[in-house]
Design a protein. Structure first.
Lengths: 260, 412, 235
């Protein structure tokens, strides 16, 4: 698998899109820091970017890579390699190269800015960790979509829909259902609702750092326990890991049964 | 040093009042009890208490005396009741440690009580394991300086306040350090007092609490990690200058709570990481100027019936919500503030944004209504509905606009 | 060498293979023929494990292919459409495949045989179809495996390369290898194959030598024999 990973990774590292992605984040980091000169504001803006853009790019890129490397995949399939090896290798190649573009693209300007001397380093590291998690999750979801759809256009369509759903529509429905059932105790339900959507989950994780003062304004006991202690952090990370594991295992399951 | 000081004081007293003496109290002296010493003392004498532990309570100071501790002698009340009660004018307490005040549900026992006295001075005391700390009732022109009050309050109903003023006036409270009591400093019906450079932290209820008190001023104090920072209620003409309100977290927690307050000035304060920076109810004609609101959940929460307040030249930095209103009515002015979430531009380069800023978000209205929705904070969907509300306000006051948002942080 | 028993495969509702039984002995060249959509490529991909059968068993060199991927060590496969990752250079691709299979190879000889040396530093995306097919051939023949599967090997080749390909095939045959070919070029099939398998509508319509086919159909030449099968069927 490491070999496949290596080749997928280098293949992507050489592709134009990785550079575009990398350059985009580099530019964003530079603009935010050096034109704005305000680290706290930069972290907040980055958070918005990360929870919206990273999933979008992860899905699109994942689907694109899968369809574009179909021939490569078929070449590999004829080799004495296990299918799970091939697909996991490719998946990790994509997810790793995207994460690397993200971490380096955003990290370099911040390091030059003097991040290590700043106390924003924890907030910032958390952003990068969540960003990488989101990359891994959405690339895996994208591979799932692509594996299940031979039709490229359909695959892209579903990928965009998935992103739109998780990034926007889900929260709309979530908000409506909270307001609709406001007479009932809702803190458990709303926490569950958060765990079920990786974007919300990442958002919550970042909220724990950025908006803890506001979150503690809510009276619910479950909320308090979740946000007031390390429990929230632990559960969120566990859920994120689960969000990686589940789609990845479906990649493995699907890939073993797919015809090429 | 202390001796020289005492000598000078004694000299001074001797020259003015012919019979002022110094009476020493220690374990091996002729006098080993403070009560006895007071009984023996004449007006304007000095009682010097040497280092040691004195198990006494109900010490009544009924004549003008200076009671000085040397090497911080400890007066241990053994949880029996009140420890020192001052009922005479011109009393000075200095350099004592007072511990183990009795707790009662019927009487407000204090470490030190000043009752109907004038010109007192209470300084350099250390109070520990107390119910009420320094209780000043119907007294005037006193000083409470450099005291350290460390309680161990757990529940509001069986704990007292650190420094408590009741029907008093012209009291100066400076450089005190109060923690772990119910209210750090409490003023009720107390006017013309001055509270400066105190640190009040980790108190159960409020760091500083005003009730029905007018013309008071507090400046350069720090209020940190209290149940709520400062509560100012039913009071007039309070000046709040250059204080720091920090990390007051919780569902009913504020940096500053204003309730039925008129004509106050709130200038140069810093509100940092509070659940709510300032919570305002029924307060009018208040000037908010040059304050920093940093990383609060809500910088300012307006709960209605607030008229003619003005917010100018404040900095609103990275708060989850800058301003929250629970109605569509607005009679307050927001002008020339800096808002970190302002995204407008300044083409004519005059330091003022060309696009007005609306500090009230629709989402803050939703959260007011259904608190659980806070979990959706910073979601893209919420940003979208906030944006649409900004374009055409339906739920939030449509005249609540900062017409001159600053491009750079306000400095003063 | 390859044993196929009762192989069924359908894509969605479309039945592609229905009950194929086929036994391919060691040594010799076998051509799988049939009209478009008759299931040739599917059959080959099933042998390679790229298509998972709905029913039936396939074993290669006595090993059931369901269990592992190792049997593919004994297969060299030439895919039908030679599309490679376009970012890679030719020599990187060759190096990669060698790295993946981790076996000795004589790529140098083949590169010279197909005159690929000038293209080694070019990216695969920039190559013409014919050149890609040559690279494809190098990748296939550079390992010394007992079973060689060629899916439309002649696509896009110039006449000289075609001659070299035929020579290569015969050379491998003489070394006792089993070669499985699909092709549309009847003359090519007639020239190289020892035995043909004719697929029609997912079934084996005919299996045997070309001479037998001619005899059965009563046609003087191979192309007409094939054509007659199709017309009979259509009628």
């Amino acid at each position: 698998m490491l070999k496949i990973l290596k080749y997928s990774f280098f293949d992507l590292m050489r592709s134009r899109w990785s550079y575009v992605y990398f350059a985009f984040y580099l530019l964003l980091g530079i603009v935010l820091l050096f034109l704005n000169n305000d680290l706290s504001k930069a972290v907040i803006t980055l958070m918005n970017v990360i929870i919206v853009l990273v999933p979008l790019i992860g899905t699109i890129f994942g689907v694109m890579y899968y369809y574009n490397s179909k021939e490569f995949t078929e070449l590999l399939l004829a080799q004495p390699l296990k299918r799970t090896t091939i697909f996991l290798g490719q998946y990790l190649g994509v997810a790793l190269s995207l994460s690397l573009s993200l971490v380096l693209g955003l990290g370099l300007p911040f390091v030059f800015y003097g991040l290590f001397k700043s106390n924003a380093i924890w907030d910032f590291s958390l952003l990068l960790i969540t960003g990488s998690f989101l990359t891994f999750i959405f690339t895996a979801l994208a591979f799932n979509i692509a594996l299940s759809n031979e039709n490229k256009i359909k695959g892209f369509g579903y990928a965009i829909l998935l992103w739109l759903f998780l990034a926007v529509i889900y929260d709309g429905l979530f908000l409506m259902s909270i307001i609709l059932f406001e007479d009932y105790p809702l803190d458990k339900m709303s926490l569950m609702g958060t765990l079920l959507n990786p974007i919300d989950l990442s958002r919550t994780l970042i909220l724990l750092k950025l908006d803890i003062s506001a979150l503690l304004g809510y009276t619910g006991a479950v909320f308090k326990k979740f946000f007031g202690t390390d429990l929230g952090l632990i559960i969120s990370f566990a859920a994120l890991i689960l969000w990686v594991i589940l789609p990845v295992s479906r990649i493995m399951y699907k890939s073993k049964r797919k015809d090429f | 040093m202390t001796r020289a000081f005492i000598f000078l004081i004694s000299l001074f007293l001797i020259s003015t009042f012919t019979f002022a003496d110094t009476i020493e109290v220690c374990k091996t002296c002729n006098l080993s009890s403070i009560n006895e010493a007071i009984a023996l003392a004449k007006d304007h004498d000095t009682i010097l208490i040497k280092k040691g532990t004195y198990k006494e309570y109900d010490i009544l100071i009924d004549k003008p005396l200076s009671i000085l501790g040397e090497g911080h002698p400890v007066i241990d009340g053994n949880l029996k009741g009140e420890i020192i009660t001052i009922i005479a004018d011109n009393v000075t307490l200095d350099g004592l440690s007072i511990i183990n005040v009795g707790i009662s549900y019927t009487e407000d026992f204090a470490a030190v009580r000043v009752k109907k006295a004038k010109n007192f001075s209470i300084q350099n005391l250390v109070l520990e394991n107390l119910f009420f700390g320094i209780y000043i009732e119907k007294s005037h022109y006193g000083k409470v300086i450099h005291n350290k009050i460390i309680g161990d309050a757990v529940e509001e109903h069986n704990s007292g306040n650190g420094i408590h003023l009741w029907y008093s006036s012209h009291i100066e409270i400076e450089h005190n350090y109060v923690q772990h009591v119910r209210d750090g400093i409490y003023l009720e019906f107390s006017d013309d007092s001055f509270i400066r450079n105190n640190v009040s932290s980790n108190n159960l209820r409020y760091g500083l609490h005003f009730m029905f008190s007018n013309n008071d001023e507090y400046q350069d104090n720090t209020f940190e990690s209290n149940g709520a920072g400062v509560a100012v209620m039913f009071s007039k003409n309070i000046k709040m200058l250059s204080n720091t309100f920090k990390e007051n977290w919780g569902s009913a927690s504020y940096g500053l709570l204003l309730k039925e307050i008129n004509d106050a000035e709130i200038i140069g304060n810093t509100f940092e990481e509070n659940t709510i920076g300032i919570n305002i109810e029924g307060s009018n004609r208040i000037i908010y100027k040059h304050n920093n609101f940093i990383n609060n959940g809500w910088a300012v929460k307006v709960r209605g019936a607030c008229y003619t307040n003005s917010f100018t030249a404040n900095n609103f930095l990275y708060n989850s919500f800058d301003i929250s209103y629970n109605s569509r009515e607005n009679d307050n002015v927001f002008d020339g503030n800096f808002w970190s979430s302002y995204s407008g531009y300044d083409l004519d380069n005059n330091g003022i944004g060309d696009v007005p800023y609306r500090p009230v978000k629709l989402f803050s209205y939703i959260v007011n209504r259904t608190p659980e929705t806070i979990i959706l904070l910073r979601s893209l969907f919420i940003d979208l509905i906030d944006f649409s509300e900004k374009v055409s306000p339906v739920f939030t006051p449509d005249n609540l606009i900062d017409q001159h948002p600053l491009i750079k942080k306000a400095e003063w | 060498m390859v044993t196929i028993q009762n192989l069924h495969k359908k894509f969605a509702k479309n039945i592609v293979l229905s009950g194929i039984d086929l036994n391919i002995d060691s040594g010799g060249i076998f051509a799988v023929l049939g009209p478009n959509g008759s299931g040739k490529t599917t059959l080959i991909k099933a042998i390679l494990g790229m298509v998972i059968p709905n029913k039936g068993d396939i074993s290669v060199l006595g090993e059931n292919i369901k269990q592992s991927s190792n049997y593919r060590n004994s297969i060299d496969y030439l895919p039908q459409i030679a599309n490679f990752p376009s970012n890679l250079k030719v020599k990187e691709l060759i190096k990669m495949i060698k790295d993946l299979r981790d076996r000795p190879s004589d790529d140098q000889r083949l590169i010279e045989l197909f005159n690929l040396t000038p293209f080694l530093d070019k990216k695969l995306g920039t190559l013409s179809g014919g050149t890609k097919q040559k690279v494809n051939l190098v990748l296939t023949f550079m390992f010394d495996s007992p079973l060689i599967i060629l899916d439309e090997p002649t696509t896009g080749l110039d006449p000289i390369s075609l001659i070299r390909l035929k020579a290569l095939i015969n050379e491998e045959k003489s070394r006792g290898k089993t070669i499985l070919i699909t092709s549309h070029i009847m003359s090519f099939v007639e020239e190289v194959s020892d035995e043909i398998v004719f697929l029609l509508e997912g079934k084996i319509y005919f299996k045997g030598s070309i001479d037998e086919l001619k005899k059965n159909t009563g046609q003087p030449d191979f192309e007409h024999a094939i054509a007659s099968i199709l017309t009979i069927d259509n009628a």
